[in-house]
Each structure stands twice: as structure tokens, then as C-alpha cells.
Write a protein that binds this ligand. Structure first.
Ligand code: GLA
Length: 421
């Protein structure tokens, strides 16, 4: 499989991928640490972004997903504070893009009661609220050990708001640092759940668990088949002959959160109408009388979830057999379903999928993530990848008036601790 350094192409617009020869996030995080603190960090965490190959909006329906962690990452360099002889410690994180640090006094406030609305105790907003939320949740597990502070600097190559899970990457990086300093061990699925509790219960975003598990538990060279009924994960090898092209359409939407909550409610309505606890319980097909029991919107939502679970199995199977034409067909069918039945695509995402599928080297493409804006993924022959990236930009601009940024990615492992030296 090609390495990103060889094939990465920022083919138009302003990309977040560092141009060849410029320092990546790991180097920048360490350099910022040295600049701020006059010493090298004791630790470095690498935390990847993710794209979902297929299995969209199935996570909160107890269904199946097939994400990959990608080699666009967020890195956190950090050191434990000296043990305090008196008073309390704190966690302090500086970001390369923000003047003010996230600073959380220790011990932090207790987590809110499960089920209470988010922002129950959040004092900080934006990215700092995510840091705070994870510190709160991690401290509630660590107990007395959470009096020891740590300080860090972070740098990221993940574009913000593009749906590549920059927030999950941040959450898992902070969780990893807390686990090291407070000596609580590292279980990727447990850490993903902790991060989700921070996002749901502290930040106040009612997302599923897909992003966090993908970032935490991924295996290099593989996609991760996740079964949300019991949180089992199975690594599925991605053939070396393809790369995952991530086409950032340059669109960002403000209303994604309310539309996401609406889709969740519609899925719950569909499940209730069909007499099941979760749409996963329907298996591979809708009941014959579904159209009579559901309103048209709920029917479309249920149809997407049921067929999407089947597509996850089909794509995993096609990848295992290295049947790339079949894999591409499943992606295209997934896009049709998310566009027509789940109705979370958008004109730019649709245009990008059309352009990708008509570009040589591409097996198939679909929008990825929550929807409405952000990125499209395409499965592209590694040999044709650089040409693909160059060829997509012009037709996409002609259709939408926007510049696409193409990242040619390979599947990497989940959040990990590496030597900062
Ligand atoms: C967002 C959420 C995930 C998942 C996807 C849609 O990324 O954070 O939990 O629901 O949308 O598949």
C-alpha cells in the first residue's frame, strides 16, 4: 500500500494536509512543547481521524459500521507535572491554533448524572470543553490518582468541521494522557466509551460511538467492522492495491446538530412503529406491512438502516475477497440510500460522488459521516491515486464553484503512545 507521503495530494483549495517537506502534527506538537516549556515532552500521543466506509447512522440504531482510521492525525505532546507538595494540580493543554489554553483544576468537578442534559458542568466552550469533559470523566475513574496534573501542547492535521472526527481524535488523545499520568491502563473500547460520555454528557453533543471506537481501536491496514449491539470489533484487511481518497468538498454546515437529533428521533419513531427496541432487531429486511405501519418519512429512515447493515457485511466481504468492483458498487448503493432514504446528503456531496465515480481509477464513492457537508470517500487504485486527485478538482469546481481538497489516505492504527524523541 502506498504511504501518504508519496501519494498525498492537496489538489486544490487550502488544505490542512501539510505539503511534502513541511512538519507533520507530531513534529509540530513536540516543537510547540519545547518552545512553551523549554524541555522535551515525556510522551507523545498520536490520535487519528476517521472516515466511515459504510454503515452510516447505524451506530445509534444498534447496527453495523465499517470505518477506517486515517493518516491525518492530531498529536498531543505532554509531561506529568512534578508531584505537588501542597495544593492541587491542574491539566493544561495549549493548541497551536488558539491563544488561550484549556486549563482544568484538579480534582475536576464530578460528572453529571447519566441521562442529564449536556453542559451540566462545562465551564469551557469549544475545543477546551472537550478536553475538560474527558478530564472530568477520566478523573471519576482514576480517583485519588487524579490529583496529579499534566501539561501538553497539541497540533492537528485534521481539517475542522469536515466530518473527519477531529473531536474524537482530541478526546482520545486527552484520555490517553490521563491514563498514562493516572496509571489507569488502556482499553480502547473503554476509552471510547469514556470519550463518548464526555461528548454526550459534558459537551452536550448527542452523537453515537462510531467516531470514538474508530479512533481508539483501529488496526493499521484494516477497516474495523463494529457491531454496536455488543461493541465487538473485527479487523477487515483493506487490499494494498487501493487507497481511500478523502475528498473534502469545502462545505461546512451549522445545522448538522439539529438535523442529527431529528434523524435519531425519526429512527426511534420507526422502531416504535414496528414494535422493536432498535431497528437492528429487524434483521435484513423490513416487515411486509412496514408501509402500512409507518409514515413515509419513518419508512424511508428504517429502509436505509436495514439495508445499510446488509451493505456493511457486503463491503467487508468484498474487501476480504479483494473484489474491488463489488466494493465500489456497494459504496455507490450506500450513497443512493443515504441521499434518497436517509436524506442527509447535499448538492456538493452528490456532485463530488458523481465526479469521483466518473474519474479513472475509482471503484466507487459515497458521502461519509453525519451528512449535509464535509467529505466524500472514494476507493481508488493506488497506482492511479495521484492522477485521480488531480483529475477530480476541475470537474468538481465546474459543478459547484468550490475547491475540493483531496487527501489520499491509508488505514492506520488507533490512538497510541509513541516515543517523542
Ligand atoms: C457522526 C456521529 C457518529 C455517527 C455518524 C453517522 O459522525 O458522531 O456517531 O452517527 O455521524 O454515521
Amino acid at each position: 500500500m502506498s504511504q501518504r507521503g508519496e501519494v498525498s495530494a492537496t489538489a486544490g483549495g487550502v488544505g490542512a494536509t501539510p505539503a511534502p517537506g513541511t512538519p507533520g502534527a507530531a513534529e509540530r506538537a513536540v516543537a510547540a512543547f519545547v518552545r512553551c516549556h523549554g524541555a522535551r515532552p515525556a510522551y507523545l500521543v498520536r490520535s487519528p481521524g476517521r472516515v466511515n466506509l459504510i454503515g452510516e447512522h447505524t451506530d445509534y440504531n444498534g447496527g453495523l459500521c465499517l470505518p477506517v482510521a486515517i493518516d491525518l492525525e492530531l498529536c498531543l505532546a505532554f509531561s506529568p507535572s512534578p508531584r505537588a507538595t501542597s495544593g492541587h494540580g491542574f491539566v493544561e493543554v495549549l493548541s497551536e491554533h488558539r491563544a488561550a489554553p484549556a486549563r482544568i483544576g484538579l480534582p475536576p468537578p464530578p460528572p453529571p448524572e447519566p441521562g442529564s442534559p449536556g453542559r451540566a458542568g462545562a465551564a469551557q466552550s469549544g475545543w477546551a470543553g472537550y478536553v475538560e469533559g474527558v478530564v472530568v470523566m477520566a478523573a471519576s475513574i482514576a480517583g485519588a490518582a487524579a490529583s496529579r496534573g499534566w501539561y501538553g501542547t497539541l497540533a492537528s492535521d485534521l481539517p475542522l468541521g469536515a466530518g473527519l472526527s477531529s473531536s474524537a481524535a482530541l478526546e482520545l488523545a486527552v484520555a490517553r494522557a490521563c491514563a498514562v499520568v493516572w496509571d489507569t491502563g488502556w482499553d480502547p473500547i473503554g476509552a471510547a466509551r469514556l470519550a463518548q460520555r464526555a461528548e454526550n454528557g459534558w459537551v452536550g453533543a448527542a452523537t453515537g460511538l462510531l467516531d470514538q471506537i474508530a479512533c481508539a481501536a483501529a488496526t493499521a491496514g484494516h477497516a474495523l467492522e463494529i457491531d454496536f449491539r455488543d461493541l465487538t470489533v473485527t479487523a477487515v484487511a483493506v487490499p494494498d492495491s487501493v487507497v481511500v481518497a478523502v475528498v473534502d468538498t469545502g462545505t461546512r454546515r451549522e445545522l448538522v446538530t439539529s438535523a442529527y437529533a431529528q434523524r435519531r428521533a425519526e429512527c426511534e419513531r420507526a422502531a416504535a412503529g414496528l414494535g422493536v427496541a432498535s431497528l437492528r432487531d429487524l434483521g435484513d429486511r423490513l416487515p411486509a406491512d412496514a408501509a402500512r405501519r409507518l409514515d413515509p418519512v419513518a419508512l424511508r429512515r428504517a429502509r436505509h438502516i436495514v439495508t445499510e447493515n446488509t451493505r456493511v457485511r457486503e463491503l467487508a466481504d468484498a474487501l476480504r475477497r479483494a473484489d474491488l468492483p463489488r466494493a465500489g458498487a456497494v459504496l455507490l448503493d450506500g450513497h443512493r440510500s443515504i441521499r434518497d432514504d436517509f436524506e442527509v446528503s447535499g448538492p456538493e456531496l452528490d456532485a463530488a460522488v458523481e465526479v469521483c465515480r466518473n474519474t479513472p481509477g475509482c471503484h466507487g464513492a459515497r458521502m461519509t459521516g453525519g451528512g449535509f457537508a464535509g467529505c466524500v470517500i472514494a476507493l481508488v487504485d493506488a497506482d492511479s491515486a495521484a492522477g485521480f486527485a488531480r483529475a477530480v478538482v476541475g470537474p468538481y469546481r465546474r459543478r459547484t464553484g468550490r475547491d475540493a481538497v483531496i487527501h489520499l489516505c491509508v488505514p492506520v492504527g488507533g490512538t497510541s503512545l509513541v516515543d517523542p524523541r
